[in-house]
Design a protein around this ligand. Structure first.
Ligand code: URA
Length: 264
């Protein structure tokens, strides 16, 4: 039997994905952090040049990168502008390893905006937040209080702190959060939700300046000038289902908050 057919190779790849393999590697190691001695030459001509040209930024000193994200974010007057500005932002290296920019999903007019951490493998492939196993649990959790990203009558709007997948799903780094936070704040300002739901530790770190979701969850706080409810991340609930009881209490708290302050 022919062993290296297309279908055989595809089945092997599927199997490796089943086993949890998320990256392809080469025979020889590649140092992706090495700074090339010479900047790569532009291959293309003017026609394909990005709208915003990269500017030099000190590798460790985030201030220039942050100043530029603040400038680009505040110049965006619509969500489409903001997505384009994020796509053109040159200083976040996560972009280089990602397949897609994951901007948002759901209905931008929603009263409730969910802020997660960062795309994983499935989200990177789909270009949408929370579509993998954790996302499916998130959908089931909100469906239990009759809310959903595509429910016209009780919609959700969903985004993440980082729009690009960190390699091997590692934690976001402080400088990545610092440079992408102005985009997130602008995203919230343009979407104008009434309530934020902070999904997991990293959105609390970013928007509340606090970590420790076990203590923070379920207690209403203020983030970006709005009432904000920290909740356990569904990926955590998949690993520790015994905490679903707390997540249910938080969903009911959200529902009660929405009822108490009905839409104008
Ligand atoms: N986890 C997140 O925080 N966001 C996603 O989009 C997917 C998984």
């Amino acid at each position: 039997m022919e062993s290296s057919t297309f279908h055989h190779d595809l089945a092997l790849l599927d199997w490796q994905i089943e086993l949890g393999v998320t990256e392809a590697i080469l025979d020889a190691p590649v140092n992706r952090y090495e700074v090339p001695a010479e900047a790569p030459r532009a291959v293309s001509t003017k026609a394909s040049a990005p709208a915003v040209q990269p500017t030099a930024v000190p590798v460790s000193g985030a201030p220039d990168a942050v100043a530029e994200s603040e400038r680009m974010a505040s110049a965006a007057n619509t969500l489409d502008d903001l997505r384009a500005a994020m796509a053109a932002y040159p200083h976040c290296d996560l972009k280089k390893g990602a397949r897609n920019l994951v901007f948002s999903d759901g209905i931008p007019d929603a009263r409730v905006m969910l802020v997660g951490e960062a795309p994983g493998r499935d989200e990177d492939l789909a270009g949408k937040p929370f579509v993998g196993r954790a996302g499916q649990l998130l959908d089931r959790m909100f469906a239990a209080i009759d809310m959903g990203r595509d429910r016209e009558e009780a919609p959700l709007y969903i985004t993440n702190v980082l729009p690009w997948r960190p390699p091997q799903n590692r934690d976001p780094r402080p400088e990545e959060i610092a440079m992408m936070k102005p985009f997130l704040l602008r995203h919230i300002a343009l979407a104008e939700p009434e309530i934020l739901v902070l999904i997991g530790n990293w959105s609390c770190v970013t928007l509340l300046g606090k970590r420790g979701i076990t203590r923070l969850r379920g207690t209403w706080a203020q983030a970006a000038g709005l009432p904000a409810l920290p909740m356990f991340h569904p990926a955590y609930l998949l690993r520790s289902p015994e905490f679903k009881r707390e997540a249910w209490a938080d969903l009911l708290s959200l529902k009660a908050h929405l009822k108490k302050d009905p839409a104008p």
